[in-house]
Design a protein around this ligand. Structure first.
Ligand code: NAD
Ligand code: UD1
Length: 335
């Protein structure tokens, strides 16, 4: 019999790829999402890929009544928890919103899980939990803390809460720390299409390519990196999700309690390298200017993905060129 999973935030960028991957891996998924940062069109995109529409509840994970109704209606084997707000700048302007949505929302979810004896969870954490002073590459043993914004703090609090639940309440937790997700499902039917001006580099570059924005602002060229611009570890979203499926399967063994994994490629790419890679894919020059550093940024971040490779048998396989091509396909088809 198929196992049923609750997918919070399953209409979002990473969550929608998660729904497709888990359905394809023979799980039944049930989505809860309040659409605060996503569009119902993504549900139709998933339907077009899968040939049927996944089960979807529109609503907020802070709504205990709704969660109770969902847990009453399905027998879940576990939860893949993507729901959360993720804009760093906004979190500095509205810290309480971030603590309320991310921490309180997750707390309500964990309480419901406990009440219904659903104890397996995969959690979307972030590279942002690592202390900026660590040497690179970041390993899972690198120091955490010293977060520079409320978004990062909520991820750290939730990691600690989940570790307590694993130690004292019988939860099994796969804590996945994402580096910089890029790319899209090859069908071009689901991706991230942020409204307004994007914060992240790739959506910004594509909007410049499409003429929606005039030029890319490169935030600083005086870092101690290959060309002075910021270096990040860009991981294909489909590969990232494959790591979730592997991690979930590991929890069949109940000795697995709380484990953190870095999900990244283990290689850094600079902003100028990224612009030039996109130019090759789209066959057009991308205009850019060098501006001041962005507040809170650090020069170089990439991970060691060795622990996930060794313990989950997972590694990133998609080239950055393919990821960029898939993102571009989506952008062209949907703009
Ligand atoms: P996203 O905004 O595209 O998806 C998040 C989804 O959660 C959205 O559909 C949103 O509507 C939903 N949501 C938010 N709060 C909710 C609530 N209270 N109740 C119900 N639904 C709610 O973001 P994403 O890029 O897909 O990120 C998924 C997860 O991965 C987030 O937790 C994010 O913090 C984490 N993460 C993302 C990145 C990244 O670069 N995209 C990096 C590290 C970690
Ligand atoms: C940002 C968040 C981080 C979050 C991650 C994934 C900040 C400070 N950090 O990280 O917490 O986990 O996104 O969502 O916002 N860049 C430009 N011009 C742009 C946009 C970005 O030069 O218009 C540069 C940045 O300086 C950085 C690189 O591109 O060097 C990647 O930026 P971005 O996509 O925002 O990701 P992160 O900074 O890694």
């Amino acid at each position: 019999m198929k196992k049923t999973l609750l997918i919070t935030g399953g209409i979002g960028y990473i969550g929608s790829h998660g729904v497709v991957a888990f359905e394809t891996a023979w799980y039944e998924t049930v989505i809860v999402d309040n659409l605060c940062n996503s569009s119902i069109q993504t549900l139709y995109g998933m339907e077009a890929i899968l040939g049927y529409r996944p089960k979807f509840y529109e609503g907020d994970i802070r709504n205990t009544e709704l969660l109770t109704q969902i847990f009453e209606s399905h027998t879940f084997d576990g939860v893949i928890h993507f729901a959360g707000l993720k804009a760093v700048g906004e979190s500095c302007e509205q810290p309480l919103l971030y603590h309320d949505n991310n921490v309180k929302g997750s707390l309500e979810l964990f309480k419901c899980m406990q009440r219904y004896q659903v104890k397996k969870i995969v959690f979307s954490s972030s590279a942002t939990v690592y202390h900026p002073g660590n040497l690179i590459p970041f390993t899972e043993e690198s120091r955490v803390g010293g977060t520079t914004n409320p978004y990062g703090t909520t991820k750290l609090i939730l990691e600690q809460m989940l570790e307590d639940l694993a130690l004292h309440a019988g939860f099994q937790v796969m804590n996945l720390r994402y580096f910089n997700p890029v790319g899209a499902h090859e069908s071009g039917k689901i991706w991230e299409n942020p409204q307004g001006i994007p914060n992240n580099l790739l959506p910004y570059i594509l909007k410049v390519w499409g003429g929606e924005l005039p030029q890319v602002s490169v935030f600083g060229d005086d870092y101690d990196t290959i060309d002075g611009t910021g270096v990040r570890d860009y991981i294909d979203v489909v590969d990232l999700i494959a790591g979730h499926v592997r991690a979930y399967e590991r929890m069949d063994d109940s000795r697995w309690k709380f484990t953190s994994y870095n999900l990244g490629v283990g290689r850094g790419i600079s902003v100028l390298e990224m612009i030039s890679l996109v130019e090759k894919v789209v066959g057009k020059k991308i205009p850019y200017i060098i501006t001041e550093r962005r507040r809170g940024d650090i020069g170089e971040v990439y991970c060691s993905p060795e622990k996930a490779r060794g313990e989950l048998g997972w590694k990133s396989e998609t080239s950055i060129e393919t990821s960029l091509k898939n993102s571009w396909n989506y952008y062209v088809a949907n703009s």
